[in-house]
Design a protein around this ligand. Structure first.
Ligand SMILES: Nc1ncnc2c1ncn2[C@@H]1O[C@H](COP(=O)(O)OP(=O)(O)O)[C@@H](O)[C@H]1O
Ligand code: SF4
Ligand SMILES: [Mg+2]
Length: 332
């Protein structure tokens, strides 16, 4: 399968008064053409920092990519200058955020904003750009797009605004769309509509999507593959079935028990006890050890190796390692 984006051993740190925050600590994943990859994990685990790194939007200082490669179709992004990166942003890789207002200018009519976006990247006339803007609004399900072009962002509902932002992010036909918590600010019904829209757009355009969310429930319908992040690392990756029905990492299982699910009769929802480790001095071993029910001595000392359970299913937990099978589990 063609890899449109490859992230290899990414490390990102922030220098603060309190010390160095190691926000991302060796993240590796591929994004395949036309798929939706979800990155899921509790708040603060490094999801946004990972996506900002891909876009080269890490504020420097205090932040810095200290190691790793990011390849867009074989082309390395980490070393690019700001000018070179500006050509890629929006045109090849685009990004949308939780709050649509961060992407919209409240003082401009939405039609003008989308048209400007097109003209910036494409060498076409204003008339052609306007036509394309109307088409895009139609594609994302805005009724009577011609007349709504003349309205300002505040004249739209939250869900409609997010649709406009999605239209803006797609006008230059990017190959990769990164959506960072795109539905978190919306109510449940609208959330479902926006997720449907992603699926629909992917079918029509073939765009590859990275969907970032803290809510595993959100990805159940839309993700082809899921990467579960904890304390700056990806601890388990698999296709949707593998993560929802065959999860092996205790953290993934904990997340599954803490979200309501339509597909299984769920008993009481149980949030995971405890909180993630301090990223100023992350543990040497498994970062989940302090919260895990199955911690063994080795867990606290040595970070687990990756175990391959199938072509797509990878997990980093000592319980899956043949060599650790004989060890004693200290059930808490
Ligand atoms: N500009 C910054 N300065 C200092 N620390 C930051 C900055 N941005 C993010 N971090 C830290 O990096 C870690 C990961 O943050 P983030 O990627 O935003 O988490 P998530 O998106 O998964 O909720 C957090 O500990 C956060 O405090
Ligand atoms: S490596 Fe050990 S502490 Fe970490 S999740 Fe697996 S069993 Fe738990
Ligand atoms: Mg975030």
């Amino acid at each position: 399968m063609e890899k449109v984006l490859q992230v290899q051993d990414l490390h990102v740190s922030f220098k603060t008064y309190g010390g160095e925050v190691k926000a991302v600590r060796g993240v590796t994943f591929d994004l395949h053409k036309g798929e939706t990859l979800a990155i899921v994990g509790e708040s603060g685990c490094g999801k946004s920092v990972t996506s900002q790194s891909i876009m080269k939007l890490i504020p420097n200082p205090p932040g810095k990519i200290t190691n790793g490669k990011i390849l867009f179709k074989e082309k390395g992004l980490v070393q690019l200058t700001d000018k070179e990166m500006r050509k890629i942003r929006g045109a090849d890789i685009s990004m949308i955020f939780q709050d649509p207002m961060t992407a919209l200018n409240p003082t401009l009519k939405v039609g003008d904003q989308i048209t400007e976006g097109i003209i910036q990247h494409k060498n076409i006339s204003r008339d052609e750009a306007r036509k394309k803007a109307v088409e895009m609004l139609q594609l994302v399900g805005i009724p009577s797009p011609e007349s709504r072009m003349k309205q300002y962002p505040h004249q739209f509902s939250g869900g409609m605004r997010q649709r406009i932002v999605i239209a803006m992010s797609l006008v230059c036909e990017p190959e990769v769309l990164i959506a960072d918590e795109p539905t978190t600010a919306l109510d449940v019904t609208i959330q479902a509509q926006i997720l449907d829209l992603f699926r629909d757009i992917q079918k029509k355009t073939g765009v590859s999507i990275i969907l970032i969310t803290h809510d595993l429930g959100v990805v159940a319908q839309v993700a082809d593959r899921i990467a579960v992040m904890y304390a700056g690392k990806i601890v388990e990756t698999g296709n949707r079935r593998e993560i929802f029905y065959k999860a092996q990492h205790p953290y993934t299982k904990g997340l599954l028990n803490s979200v309501p699910r339509l597909d299984v009769e769920s008993g009481d929802l149980k949030p995971i006890d405890g909180s993630p480790p301090d990223l100023f001095s992350p543990p040497h071993g498994c970062a989940f050890a302090a919260r895990c029910q199955y911690t063994m001595e080795v867990c606290e000392k040595v970070y687990p190796f990756e175990t391959k359970l199938s072509d797509e299913h990878l997990v980093e937990c000592w319980l899956q390692d043949e060599r650790a099978k004989k060890m004693k589990v200290n059930i808490r």
